[in-house]
Write a protein that binds this ligand. Structure first.
Ligand SMILES: *Cc1c(COP(=O)(O)O)cnc(C)c1O
Length: 396
């Protein structure tokens, strides 16, 4: 009998094991602050994108419960059929006002937003210019669009400029993370926008890691650069996710009236999907208020970031691990090989500290790293413990 390709999967999984690429899920439940129960054991976690410590906030949990009572647990249908709840409509107005753009469209997930938005904007014969370190869902969205994809070296704006000059595409779309998800560096948004103006291109920014954290009151990367409100450009589509600093789930895209109306009409992942549960929109409305009000969360986070960087720069002076250039909550400690990164992760775990090792294909070959995610929920003692442990492991 001819062998079936279905029989190859056990061997393919073994291959992943051999390359140290097999991933495991851990069963977690939150304890206080940045501590979690992980597979039954208490750990100090540096892996959540809950940058402001809002995911377990009492007021947000209560708003979710009240929203469920008032609007139901589920939305029942696509927003274009009967799923567009008053809670979701209200949230869209609040989100647009918060980031200082005319209009917003609320999605059930950031991945769904990006894979839908890009094909709604461009197609065959058009061109998408994409930073080499963009998040997977921007890349997948570009592929789905069938436009030509023109990758440019990470943050290299002269390379982008040359690519835009060389392109004869009718419609040009530049896509970029605002804060890069594995390195934590911030895109030069004013320069990206200037290039887009020069070449009649549209700029799509993914601010999954800046929303709630960057800019006055956490209004995001555009606000940080003074490009929101009266200074907003109709050439920018601003996308952000709501499961990270906002502590809940979902995403939105904001921009000019015309662009958002077009996306509402044409984004397949919006049209052919059940609308986000209204209870989540209620939770998010409560979260937005806390994000705007609680400047102390951003101040605490900034203190923890500075403490970690100073501590590691001193502690790792004699090691060949490299701490990336980042002023955000995402701090990458590049170790090198997959095996070494896993060994350090294991060493931390033995000390009760959880930092994930990120390996290819998520990051380039040979740059396996620890991705340290800081949060306002971390105390000074938490960060001191991590610095101490990494310093010891770097010598061992
Ligand atoms: C997490 C993330 C997403 C995906 O958002 P989800 O709401 O988790 O689907 C998109 N873009 C970036 C840059 C992200 O980090």
């Amino acid at each position: 009998m001819k062998a079936s390709w279905l029989d190859e999967f056990p061997a393919r999984i073994k291959d992943l094991d051999a390359q140290h690429l097999r991933r495991k899920r851990r069963i977690v439940s939150p304890l206080v602050a940045a501590r979690m129960q992980v597979d039954g054991r208490e750990m100090l976690a540096f892996c959540s994108n809950d940058y402001l410590g809002l995911a377990s906030h009492e007021a947000i949990i209560q708003a979710a419960c009240e929203g469920a009572k008032k609007f139901g647990a589920g939305s029942g249908a696509s927003p274009l059929v009967s799923g567009h709840s008053l809670a979701n409509e209200t949230l869209e107005h609040e989100l647009a006002a918060f980031v200082g753009l005319p209009k917003a469209l609320y999605f059930y997930a950031g991945y769904a937003a990006n894979i839908g938005i890009i094909p709604a904007l461009v197609g065959r014969g058009d061109a998408v210019f994409s930073d080499a370190l963009n998040h997977a869902c921007l890349i997948d969205g570009a592929r789905l669009s069938r436009a030509d994809i023109v990758p440019y070296e990470h943050a290299n704006l002269s390379a982008l400029s040359a690519a835009l000059c060389a392109s004869t595409a009718q419609r040009k779309l530049v896509i970029s993370d605002a804060v890069f998800s594995m390195d934590g560096d911030i895109a030069n948004i004013p320069a990206l926008l200037a290039l887009c103006e020069q070449h009649d291109a549209l700029l799509l920014l993914d601010d999954a890691h800046g929303f709630g954290v960057l800019g006055p009151q956490g209004r995001g990367a555009l606000a940080q650069f003074g490009l929101s409100g009266a200074n907003a450009s109709a050439r920018v589509l601003y996308m952000a996710t709501l499961g990270k600093a906002a502590g809940v789930a979902g995403a939105f895209v904001a921009g000019s009236e015309a662009l958002i109306e077009w996306l509402l009409q044409k984004t397949r992942s919006y049209i052919f999907a059940t609308a986000a549960p209204p209870m989540l929109a209620s939770a998010l409305s409560a979260s937005l208020k806390l994000i705007a009000q609680d400047d102390w969360r951003r101040s605490d986070l900034a203190l923890r970031i500075a403490q970690l960087r100073l501590g590691l720069q001193a502690g790792l002076k004699n090691s060949n691990w490299r701490l990336g250039e980042s002023s955000t909550a995402i701090q990458a400690l590049v170790i090198g090989s997959n095996e070494d990164a896993l060994r350090v992760m294991q060493g931390l775990a033995e000390r009760g500290i959880w930092v994930p090792a990120i390996r290819p294909p998520t990051v380039p070959q040979g740059t396996a790293r620890l991705r340290i995610a800081l949060s306002a929920a971390h105390t000074q003692e938490d960060v001191a413990l991590l610095v101490q442990a990494l310093t010891e492991l770097s010598i061992a």
